[in-house]
Design a protein around this ligand. Sequence first.
Ligand SMILES: [Zn+2]
Length: 146
Amino acid sequence: MTIVEKPQSEDEAQAMLRALVRYYKEPVMPMSKYCAAFITWSHAIESNREDFIGEFGNEAMLEIANIAPLIQTAIMKSSLLSRLLYAGQELRTEKCALHKGHWAGLYSERPNLASLGITEECTCWDGWEASGWVPIVKQEIPPSET
Ligand SMILES: [Zn+2]
């Protein structure tokens, strides 16, 4: 199998995406397209808010339309979504002993942890963020000796 490290043209990139779609049997697109779709979806619901009132109303959609700006902000600012989508991490399920499930900071450079109140009791610090949740560490499964 030939693996191309980096496509040399848009046509080659599109061909690689089509190959991935055939392999996974589902859409494969750049992350930016998915993010834009979420925002477009929430803007569409928000801008059609009046359509969810009255004879053909839809109470659930009206509630979503009412909080669409909050949804948009939450999507754009979500550290959890970033970890799930960009870092490919799993949902963390164990709360940090110190931060107890509450986000406590994101840093582009290693901060002085003690000055931020991040002590040895903290089990959520992953090198750039104190998410409040303990990172899931994948353990290597040794190859079978059979
Ligand atoms: Zn912590």
